[in-house]
Each structure stands twice: as structure tokens, then as C-alpha cells.
Design a protein around this ligand. Sequence first.
Ligand code: IVH
Length: 676
Amino acid sequence: MNKALIKKDYLKIIEKLKKYNQAYYEKNSPIISDQQYDILKKKIIDLENEYKFLEDRESPSQSVGFKPSKNFQKVKHKIPMLSLGNVFNEEDLKNFEKKIVNFLSLEETSKIEYSAEPKIDGISASLIYIKGKFVKGLSRGDGSEGEDITQNLKTIKDIPTLITKINFPEEIDIRGEVFIENKDFEKLKDRFANPRNAASGSLRQKDSTITSKIPLKFIAYTHGYVKHMEINNQIDFLKNLKLWGFKTNLFNRKITSIKNLILNHKDLEEKRKEIPFDIDGVVYKINNFDLQRRLGFAANAPRWAIAHKFSANSSISEILNIEIQLGRTGALTPVAKIKPVNIGGVIVSNATLHNEDEIIRKDIRIGDTITVERAGDVIPHVISVDFKKRTKNSKKYIFPLNCPSCGSKTVKDFNETTKKEDAVRRCASEGYECKKIAIEKIKHFVSKEAFNIDGFGKKIVENFWHLNLIKFPHDIFNLDYHDIEKLEGWGKLSVANLKFSIEQKKKISLKRFIYSLGIRHIGQENAKLIARHLKSLSNFSKLSKNKYIDNLLNIDGIGPTQIQSIKNFFLNKTNLNVLNELSKELSILDITPINDNGLLKNKTFMLTGKLNDISRAEAKSLIEKNSGKIISNVNKKLDYLITGEKPTIKKVNTAKEMGIQIISQTELIEMLNKTS
Ligand code: IVH
């Protein structure tokens, strides 16, 4: 066949594909099935492989910018893939270490060893090896459930497919970062905003032949589930990763003392330009695995690691106006609308002013020339005013005393702990009565940590709210899909996807459900504690009877502030209605504790007095790991009162009167050492 004819045929198929793409992506109404589409794509790629002279910008082999697929199989991570907390300066870092020292009850002078690793700005992936064979690769997903992207990961040369080294664990989940080097990104610049997006887009292509054309790289840095591994610190683990055939970061270092961490951070920040890929900070991990295990995890991140982001970039701009943003808890946050400036590659036109006191303290006025700072993914904020540049036209900002959305009066709460008025002013309405708060509450409801409804983002919430499609969270489960199909930007396929995502989330854990209600002061950690304590939705609903709420005080970690907030929540009729309507639509899974068979099963404990060599927090986590329960009141539900140095005499006496067993720390440890 002659070249011209082949080319003509090839272009014809590409033209067809273009039409199908348009139907799918722009009009949301596909004209061929997924299978037919895939066959066509394969035909193009096969032709290109056979006839090297074929090339076209519109070819699927070139256009990784296509929307990533949603059709990967979801797989649960055996151990969740968490994120990391952030620190930005030496003080934050000192606090991080202080918390660790307290948790572990170490001497204040203890030297803690860290593994300091550059934080690569890519996409994390989990690689499961069984008997040395790479069997499955997952994306992070929402942290607890990822997508099966094995085929795409297999195209990455840095990922070994078979490891025969003698000490390679029988089963291990190796985790690391997939990224693209800056020089390779140059060629993809037209299609993606940054290297990170390029890596993510390429990894999530349905067709792995497309992924294979992108020079993705992989650097390994940690592990999830592992069976039989005799390595006891991170630095040795990194060394072994290398021996097993993985790439590790050249700049990983073992470091002791905050002072040296800071020096290393500075050094890397300077070297950043020379490193061939994007790094956005340094990750510090406690080196010793035993200490890591003892420290464990908080809601979303390990207690034993933190990310130290590179310092903020700042720029000079001018305040054009000050507007109020209303959050879901009713907080009024002043935001400066500024003359757009480029800060570290991002155009910034809004900067937070935090609260009313901050505006007064820094004497910030409309028209002022200011310094704005932006660090990592944190909201840009105004640092200072250049008073020399202030003109007569600058205008003082009068903070509104009424809610800009519903007009209710605003209040400042009195903080019982600090005995001071809060700096934050809030709309006094109790929630759904205020339009802006209602929208923010629904955004929270669908957010990643709450219902995590795929494709139901903030924009859609706003849009649907204004179209009167949703006014309350439960409306999400009663959408009129026929109506939505007729809306601009929607079509059969996208509506079907939306419906699917919503249906999927009708089954939800109690802790997520409680968190999603957006009760003030009930974040993920508290929602988890309450869910564990109450165990079922029916018990949670019983809280509407005020007398049950005080029982929550028994939960270690829940105090008067949270109790008051829960009371307020249940006093509000709309909230009760939302709860009732939601319980009709959803199936809320009762709590089944992960480890309900530990040595302390069905036993409750309370701590009083100072313990030796172990902090209260660690003792608590130790008891919970062994299925025991901590309560914070002496009552008839209590089985053991653990007494340390200088216990509260009243507690000890009440326990004695009630015939509760009083034990020492040693006796607790003995209970734990018993093999049943
Ligand atoms: S450790 C629980 N080590 O940063 C431990 N993460 O915000 C978390 N990252 O999702 C992972 N370089 O994508 C770890 N040396 C490194 C890392 C690193 C980059 C990314 C990773 C993670 C995110 C955490």
C-alpha cells in the first residue's frame, strides 16, 4: 500500500474519533459504546506502531489531555494512604517535636532521629508485591480506597516487576511518588497546567499505551501492609528499597535536632532549582519504627511524620476592596480583593484578613499597599501594610454587625478556656435559615472527608442550590435526574455518572455520617470518638433528648465545648428534620470495631495521676489498640481506675465506694502481657 493511502485512512479514523470525543466530552452524549471507542483507538495506535511515519496531534497517543477515566476498579487499601500535616517554620517544627516528646513521655533532652526526605510534588501510588511479583498497583483515591491502575503503573520503567532479593518481604505494599521530570514536562506544557497534573492525567488514562508514551518516573519512600520484614528504621528501609531495585531520593538524610533539620531545609530550598523535578518541601519521619508504631495515627495523618513546606513566596499588591466570606459555621471572614499578582507561578487576587481584630491590629485599609504571602496550598494572606504608601484616599473598613447573607445579628462567642471574647464574629442564625451558611453546609456534606460524592463538587452545589434543586443535604438523594439532563452542560452520560456516584454513597459509616452533619467542634476525630461510643444511628438520634447528650462527656476527648455545640445542633428543628430525612434515605453502618478481640475486650478504663515513662495519650491509644475503652468519669460503667502519681483523691474515693477495681500502671501492663 502506498504511504499516501495509509495516511488518508489513518486521518479518517482520527477524524471519526474526534467526533466521538466531542460527543462524549463536550455534549455529554456518546454516540458509540466504550468498547467500540476502545477498538478504534487501538486501531490508530496499532497503525502508528506499524507505520512510523504516521503522526497527528489529534491522535490518542498524543492527547493525554483527554479526560481521565472514571472506570477503574476501586480497591480498598489494606492500610489507609494518609496525608501529612504541615509545618512552615522552626516554631511549628519545635511544637511538632514537643508533642512527640510528650506523647512518648521522653526526657525533654532526648535526641530524636529523623529521616528527612525531599517532598516530591507528584502523585502517590501503592505497589503490591507478593512473593516478589508486582501484582497490583493502586492510586491513593480517597485514602481508604484507591483505583486499580496496575496496567498504567507497569509502563513505568522505575517500577520493578519481579524482585528476587532474599530479604524482600513475602508480601509488601511499597509506596512512593509517580512524577514527571521538568524537562519532560516541557513537551506536555500545552496540555497540562503543571508537571503534577501531567503525571496524574497520564496515570489515569484508560489506555495504558497512552501512559507508556509519557516518561513517568517513580521514587519509593514508604510502605503500607507488610508481612515479615526485619527492618527497624526508615533509613535502613530506604537503603533496602535501593537494594531491591527501587529508585530512592538522592537527598534523603538521617538528621538529629531541629537546628539541623532547619539547615537541611534551607540547603534543599537553595538546591531546588537544580533538582530535575518539582519538590515542595521536606518530609520528616521519626526514624525508629518502634517509635512510629507507638505514636500511631490521628484522624488523617501519622503523628510520626510531618511535611515542612518551602517558605512562602510573597508579593506586593494593593487592596481594592474588602468583602466578607461566610463559612459553614457562620464565621464571617474578611477577604481582601487585591490587584492580581503572580506569586510563585499562581495568580492571586484574594487574600484572607482572618478576622476583625486582625484588621484593626494591622490597621489594614482599602486602597493600602500591602505584602501578600502564599505558602504551599494554604490560602494567601496579608502580612503587612506599607504605611509610607498610604494615600488620603485610603478607606477604613467598617466590619458589618449583621450577616451579609441573611441579615441576622452577628455575635462573638465567649471562650471559657481563655476567658476572652473570640476574635471571630459569627452569624447568629442556626444554619439552614441563612442562605450562605446552608450552601456551605451542603458543600461540607459532599466533601471528600464526608460523603465524598464523586463529581459532586462545590460548583455543582452552588448551581443546584440556585436552581432550587437542593436546599438541604437529603435533597441530594431525591434529585430529579430528568430535569438535570436538560440543564446546560449536562447530558445522559454525565447524569448517569452522577446518579451512580450518589447511589454508591447511600451506604455510609456512622463516623462519616456524623462528621458530614457539620456540627461545630465535631471534626473527623471527634466524630470518630462519638461514633465509636454510640455505635448506631439510632443511638445518635436519641441525642435529640437532651438528657442523653451529657453521657457523651464520658468519652475521653469530648468536653463541654463539644457538648454545648451538640446540644445547639439538636435544639434546632431544621437539623432534626434533616437528620430524619437522611435516615430514611441512607443505610448507616453500625460501628464494628476493627480490633474487638483484644485482651481488654469489653473493659473500660479511666486514668488519674501521672504515669511513668508513658504519656496519657499513649496509654489511651495502647488501651484502645487492645480493644479496651477509655471513659472520663467514675461511674458504674467503669471497670478499672488506673492510678499514677498524685491521683485525684475524689476519683479514687468514689471508685472505692462503688467497688471499682483500682489498679496501677504495672498492673495494666501485666494485663496486656497476658497471653490468652
Ligand atoms: S510519606 C503517612 N514521604 O506527600 C506517610 N510522602 O502530604 C505519608 N510525598 O501523599 C507519605 N514525598 O504523595 C512521604 N518522601 C515522602 C514523600 C511523600 C512526597 C507526598 C505523598 C503524600 C503527600 C503527603
